[in-house]
Design a protein around this ligand. Structure first.
Ligand code: MD3
Ligand code: FE
Length: 217
């Protein structure tokens, strides 16, 4: 018997939803590899634990963070920077898991950014009430490369503003498996995450994990 064109279930189709020039939402793009991603997150955070960083202004962040890849984003009283070592252990960050790099490359290409090879992945863990106030990601060496983000666990309201802090942000609900790509004219857009609402996710419980892939060099 010959398999017809429609006899096999197609991979879930995620047409990129362009939300601004250079910015696209790929809803459900990471769904079929969520278990691989979460096991990699567990391995990375076993070696480099999630921790609440202190901002240069002396505030402790409500989001807990870790990193993998050649460089990791860190903050302390002296400022924000990318560092090759985890300040908790003094050791290099865990390497970028192969599945992470592959997902980031495929998602960026889907949004029109070919050859995306991130050297840093920031892992953010939100518990209910954790939030990220409006900011720009401008500590990276290259503004030509996009940033790819992957949402896992509880849904969050993502705030997407303009190039000026005072631009009123649009709101998008990001769910488990959603991927977003931010580059070109949107690379320096102000953005943030509203306080996480209480809830229970089947795999992750009362938390949201966000991965952001960056070219820090
Ligand atoms: C828009 N994280 O870690 S990811 C961050 O959900 C960060 O944890 C959020 O903002 C989170 O810096 C949002 C989505 C994102 C990432 C980078 C962007 C949106 C962006 C850069 C430019 C514009
Ligand atoms: Fe950011």
């Amino acid at each position: 018997m010959t398999l017809g064109l429609f006899d096999e279930a197609p991979a879930p189709y995620t047409a990129p939803e362009v939300i601004a020039p250079g910015a696209a939402l790929l809803r459900g793009f990471a769904l079929e590899m969520d278990e691989v991603l979460l096991q990699a997150v567990e391995a990375v955070t076993a070696a480099a634990p999630l921790r609440h960083l202190v901002t240069p202004g002396g505030y402790t962040m409500s989001v807990a963070m870790s990193n993998c890849g050649a460089l990791g984003w860190v903050s302390d009283r002296s400022g924000y920077r990318y560092d090759a070592r985890d300040p908790l252990s003094g050791k290099p960050w865990p390497p970028m898991p192969a599945g992470f790099a592959q997902l980031a490359l495929r998602a960026a290409a889907q949004a029109g950014f070919e050859n995306f090879r991130p050297d840093a992945c920031l892992i953010n863990r939100y518990e209910p009430r954790a939030r990220l106030s409006l900011h720009q990601d401008k500590d990276e060496g290259s503004m030509d490369a996009p940033i790819v983000s992957v949402s896992l666990g509880l849904p969050a309201v993502f705030l997407f503003g303009g190039l000026s802090r005072s631009d009123r942000p649009a709101r998008y609900r990001l769910q488990h498996g959603d991927v977003a790509v931010w580059g070109g004219p949107s690379r320096l857009a102000y953005h943030g995450v509203a306080p996480l609402a209480r809830g229970e996710h089947a795999r992750l419980g009362a938390q949201r994990i966000n991965l952001t892939f960056r070219c820090a060099r």
